[in-house]
Design a protein around this ligand. Structure first.
Ligand SMILES: [Zn+2]
Length: 95
C-alpha cells in the first residue's frame, strides 16, 4: 500500500475519506440510536463513492483510476500494488 500509485501521488487521504463515508453511510443507520436515517446514510455513501471516483486521478494523464476500475476490475490490483499509473504507465517516486 505504501508503494501504491495512490499513496505515492499523495491521494491516500481521498481514498480514506471515500471509504469512511461509504462505511459510515452503510453502517451507522443500522443503529437506531444513531438517529441517522437510511436516506442520509445512502447519500453519504453515494457522495463518498462519487468523491473517490472523481477526485482520485492520475496527476499526469488525468485518468480517473477508480472510474476505470469500476469499468474493469483488473485495475484494482495495479492501483493498490504498483507505483505506476495503469493508464499512462508513468511511475511516481516516493515523497
Ligand atoms: Zn497516468
Amino acid at each position: 500500500m505504501q508503494n501504491s500509485v495512490i499513496s505515492r501521488t499523495g491521494q491516500l487521504w481521498k481514498l480514506a475519506v471515500a471509504v469512511i463515508l461509504l462505511l459510515v453511510g452503510s453502517i451507522v443507520p443500522a443503529f437506531e440510536s444513531s438517529g441517522m436515517s437510511w436516506t442520509v446514510g445512502t447519500i453519504l455513501a453515494v457522495v463518498g463513492y462519487a468523491f473517490g471516483v472523481y477526485a482520485i486521478r492520475c496527476p499526469d494523464c488525468g485518468n480517473r483510476w477508480f472510474w476505470s476500475a469500476a469499468l474493469d476490475a483488473s485495475w484494482y490490483g495495479p492501483l493498490f500494488r504498483k507505483p505506476a499509473c495503469p493508464a499512462c504507465k508513468r511511475e511516481f517516486g516516493g515523497r
